[in-house]
Design a protein around this ligand. Structure first.
Ligand code: DGI
Length: 156
């Protein structure tokens, strides 16, 4: 089966922004062939973070996740590439930065994150979550911005 052009939603999380690593991460993104279609610098409110991570509500790590994600500004990025969703998750590495340093030391979470909570970046895990997450940050994103990106329209 062929891999089609996709878009995905990335976040550069508060730990990486506060450490001054946002530019390095964006450079890695572009060096790896992603196009940054839209970018937003924003500090999430508690309500926004709870909405974004709603699927994790009730899990033991949820309170820490919300505290962390509202602790400082982030970058939200809408990015496109052939197979963007899996390509970006591969570039980030495993969720836990400690594990990432053991099994994928060149990944962004290995390089820029700390542990299971402070892990430097986020990426959508499916086309459905990509659509939801892109529209969460960029509700007015328009087809003309995406029209050169193949069949993105079917997702949005
Ligand atoms: O898609 P991911 O960010 O890799 O992982 P996810 O969607 O399962 O979880 C979202 C975030 O929640 C993740 O980036 C860090 C946090 N998290 C997930 N699982 C755990 C966790 N935090 C802790 N402390 N423990 C976990 O098991």
């Amino acid at each position: 089966t062929s891999v089609s052009n996709e878009f995905t939603l990335a976040m550069i999380k508060p730990d990486a922004v506060a450490a001054g690593k946002a530019r390095d991460i964006m450079h890695a993104i572009e060096s790896n062939g992603f196009y940054i279609i839209a970018k937003k610098y924003i500090q999430l409110t508690e309500a926004e973070a709870k909405e974004f991570y709603g699927e994790h509500e009730g899990k033991p790590f949820f309170p820490n996740l919300i505290t962390f994600m509202t602790s400082g500004p982030i970058y939200a990025l809408c990015m496109s590439k052939i197979g963007a969703i899996s390509a970006w998750r591969a570039l980030m590495g495993p969720t836990n930065s400690k594990e990432a340093r053991e099994i994928k030391p060149t990944s962004l979470r290995a390089l820029y994150g700390t542990d299971n909570t402070k892990n430097a970046c986020h990426g959508s895990d499916s086309t459905n979550s990509a659509r939801r997450e892109v529209l969460f940050y960029f509700p007015d994103i328009s087809f003309p911005q995406l029209v050169d990106q193949g069949d993105l329209r079917k997702y949005i």
